[in-house]
Design a protein around this ligand. Sequence first.
Ligand SMILES: O=C(O)c1ccc(O)c(O)c1
Length: 329
Amino acid sequence: MTKKVQITLACGDYEIVRALKEGEISPDGIDLTILTEMDSTTRHWRFLRNREFDVAEVSLSSYIAAKGRNLPFAAIPVFLHRRFRHGFIFTNTASGIREPTDLIGRKVGVKNYLVTATLWQRGLLESEYGVPHTSMDWYAELDEDVDFIPPTGLRLHRLADDKSVEQMLVDGEIDALLHPDLIEPVLRKDPRVGRLFPDYKRDEIGYFERTGIFPIMHVLGIRPEIVERHPWVPINLYQAFTEAKRIAMERMENPRIVPLAWYREAWEEQQAILGDDPWAYGLGEQNRKTLETAVDYAHQQGLIDRKLDLSDLFLDLSQGRKRGDKHRV
Ligand SMILES: O=C(O)c1ccc(O)c(O)c1
């Protein structure tokens, strides 16, 4: 008799997981309980600190830091969240910061140092604009997802619990803020807050054209005990996520489903700039380059003290395929 394996999965509420969430498809041999109501910060913490879910969409950079410390986690190359990050570097408009090198010697806020958006932002500031991450003072609002001791030369300060980096930016207590989200002052168009790259879309397109990188934010983490007991679970999950994305992409071809006057134009523009499959899963050439760059940045920024190989980070899915034992338990 075969029995389905019970698995809890925490992830964002995305169109590309909708078919899984609504039960239109289900992974072979797996009975999924999907939790989509958490914000990213909470979800990453609960997975990496408390191991609360079997599978979770989790911060790429905190995951790299966790693996660098040999913490017991594994991952599947499913990338539910990607973002270009030039547009998420915010400045206080009275700070006099006009160009990237103006950040040198400044006070810069972060939600926490390990946030993936911030890894990419520090990386591009350093590699593309000559702004070393050690040339700024960092102020973190939250604790890190995994224990992190700043290496010598990195000035990282933990703010008091009642401090908000968004408010500090508005008040000019910090000069800039690197953040994963569009912050409240920007949404309400507060004139005290601007962007380091006001023409960020142009800069992000230029970055993609130069590097081929559409930055990956999150990976699909899995507790290794699950993989040890059921080695076929990763490949079956991978296939289900791939199919859910295929269904979503097909649905997105319909210009009526989204309440946007020029939706179809945006969809076609993405294809023209980023190619046919910018949200690809797996370890194809473009994803490899993106992930290897993230590992390089993590090493450069002191998140890990040795270079990790992608095979250290991601499960070998060909194993499950070769076994062919789809869901016997
Ligand atoms: O990837 C991350 O590290 C990360 C952390 C916090 C967030 O709110 C987020 O959206 C992403």
